[in-house]
Design a protein around this ligand. Structure first.
Ligand code: 3MF
Ligand code: MG
Length: 342
């Protein structure tokens, strides 16, 4: 099985965090795209405004013209667009949520912007629309109605499915941050929205490792859940050291065994055989010098490939015997030995 890798241009960044300004000079958009192939990546994940800066101030025709230009740049580099996502969480009129805002006018505007993102996706040659439901939640429970919120989300999904009959919606769940509590915290929540939609075959999920860990769940089991439904359509592999702010650490850098199990569940279930990408969502540490600020991407990709080798050379017969004997201590030891290279 050969894997295709992707990431988003926001993964090459300037090191700003909530407590400090940027510490590295930016690479411009063209330089970022030029780096993909060199780093071993062929897929690009985009927000609508990664493709069209200042999107809110542009006419539809200007937006589409710019999308066409970016498409041609990608073609020139031999890159393809994997997904496009509406960046709904930065707008002045989505401060209190987009599809679940209490204000019907804001809900409408969020849906309109998402329809435009679908147009951009088509122009870029992909039918994958990702929805990270960033501000669809609350800071305090009493601020919104949790039942209405679910109906608003289903309504938005249905309107987008109806707008374009070929688009697929990939919901990216995350339990918190920026909100105190998100309405769609896990893949189970996401997929139940899929089944309630008017076209369940066109609604699936994108699972990010760190988001599962923040929910206190194991990423490989979350992936297994979506795979069992035929609904794992993309991933954001990364790592996370426990329950704190969303870290987006390099894949496998916090817990190698947890990473091994993600590669294992993906490889064992033919993930990638329908064109799915191994997507990354990783941040370089703030301390990283500018000229070395691509390493987290290269490292995450090569770690994935090394773990894919570990999956291939993992002794299935040995595992079968140990499981049959219910010798889970023996299995534990074997897994650690295998990862340590013995
Ligand atoms: C936040 C995320 C997001 C999404 C991205 C694409 C900025 O925790 O993971 O990254 O992945 O917006 O949907
Ligand atoms: Mg992500």
């Amino acid at each position: 099985m050969t894997f295709r890798f992707s990431f988003g241009p926001w993964n090459i960044h300037e090191g700003a965090d909530p407590f400090g300004p940027p510490v590295r000079q930016s690479y411009d958009f063209q330089e970022k795209l030029a780096a993909y192939r060199e780093l071993g990546f062929e897929g690009v994940q985009f927000h609508d405004d990664d493709i069209v800066p200042d999107i809110a101030g542009k006419t539809h025709a200007q937006v589409m013209r710019r999308a066409g230009e970016v498409r041609r740049i990608l073609d020139g580099h031999g890159l393809v667009t994997e997904i496009v996502a509406p960046r709904l969480w930065e707008g002045a009129n989505t401060i209190d949520g987009a599809y679940t805002s209490n204000d019907p006018n804001e809900r409408l505007q969020a849906i309109e912007r998402s329809k435009q993102t679908i147009d951009i996706a088509r122009e870029m040659g992909t039918n994958n629309l990702v929805l990270w439901l960033a501000r669809e939640g609350t800071y305090i429970r009493e601020a919104k109605n949790p039942v209405d919120a679910v109906h608003f989300l289903i309504d938005a999904i249905n309107k987008l499915l109806d707008y374009d009959k070929t688009i697929r919606i990939l919901i990216e769940p995350k339990p918190n941050e920026p909100m105190d509590q998100a309405y769609i915290p896990t893949i189970g929540h996401a997929l139940s929205l899929a089944y309630r939609s008017t076209d369940p075959d066109r609604v699936g999920g994108l699972i990010e490792s760190a988001h599962c860990i923040l929910a206190g769940l194991d990423p490989s089991d979350e992936m297994g859940y979506a795979l069992a439904h035929g609904k794992l359509w993309s991933v954001h592999l990364n790592d996370q050291n426990g329950l704190k702010y969303d870290q987006d650490k390099s894949f496998g850098s916090d817990n190698l065994r947890r990473a091994f199990n993600q590669v294992r569940v993906l490889a064992d279930n033919g993930y990638g055989s329908n064109g799915e990408f191994i997507g990354l969502d990783v941040k370089a540490m703030r301390t990283q010098p500018r000229e070395l600020s691509f390493k987290h991407l290269a490292n995450s990709r090569s770690l994935f490939l090394r773990l894919a080798d570990k999956v291939r050379t993992y002794d299935r017969e040995k595992e079968r015997q140990l499981v049959a004997a219910r010798d889970y201590e023996g299995l534990d030891e074997y897994v650690l030995d295998h990862l340590l290279g013995r």
